[in-house]
Design a protein around this ligand. Sequence first.
Ligand code: ZN
Length: 318
Amino acid sequence: MFKQASLWSRLAIIIGSAFFACGVLLAQDKDFSKVEIKVTKVAGNIYMLEGEGGNIAASVGEDGIVIVDDQFAPLAEKIQAALKNLKITDKPVRFVINTHFHGDHAGGNEPFAKGGSTVIAQDNVRKRLETAGSSGNGSSMKFDYKAAPKVALPVITFDHDVTVHLNGEDIRALHFPAGHTDGDAIIFFPKNNVVHMGDDFVRYGFPFIDVTSGGSVQGMIAAMEQVSTQLPPDVKVIPGHGALSNLDDVRAFTKMLKETSAVVQKAIDEHKTMEQMKQEKILAPWAKWSGEFLDADKFIETLYNSLTGSKGEFMKHN
Ligand SMILES: [Zn+2]
């Protein structure tokens, strides 16, 4: 989703069909016919699929297919075709695990569910998909989304964790509270030594944290620290967005989150306003993380609202 022109201008458009997406557009406004699905073998029988929206992980084997995230609804057929093209199995996508509710990760739930897949997600993913609401960083970033149709809702939900036993692997989804959203799951493929981080770890620069939907930088840091201390050093890391990564990339990202949070916390302690922090360019030393999606000012807003517990005055619910 970060390939083309102005991501920000596209972000401003609200997804109409069912979901908000954190990097997004009205599904029917976008010409998905041009999108190609790129498939990369990560390890063993685990593949990474890139198209438009969040990265997909796929376990493809004799028992069938499990995918983590499903991008946008109009891409479902292409995703199915790409998986079939691997010529490993003719069996269908039996399970879809959502890393969180945003439309660029869960937008394909409807067609996959209609095609017979069972959608699994953390409790809060279903709750947020069920009703209309807003996502945002509590200040200048705000995106409204509509309620998802019933068929797109996860039919199996979990509070803390769930394990799918398929293709000789115990695929485990573990909830990390209050990170990118309040319903994030990180998905582990222990036999193949692969992890899908959802949007708790992304490669587009300063991360979007959906403070309005219960996300926080503190939770994101906690998730990344827990994961990076527990996983083997050579684990292959699929980020929510961006290229296949390793633990060094995760550590650099975590370091940035901790350092920038500390700087903003210090400014809060000194009773500085958000505007003063922007004027003083307090995140200038981390300029290389400034991206098309979030520049330093938007990340100051995110950190300020996260650290002060402000979810934004425009909030509709929570
Ligand atoms: Zn997201």
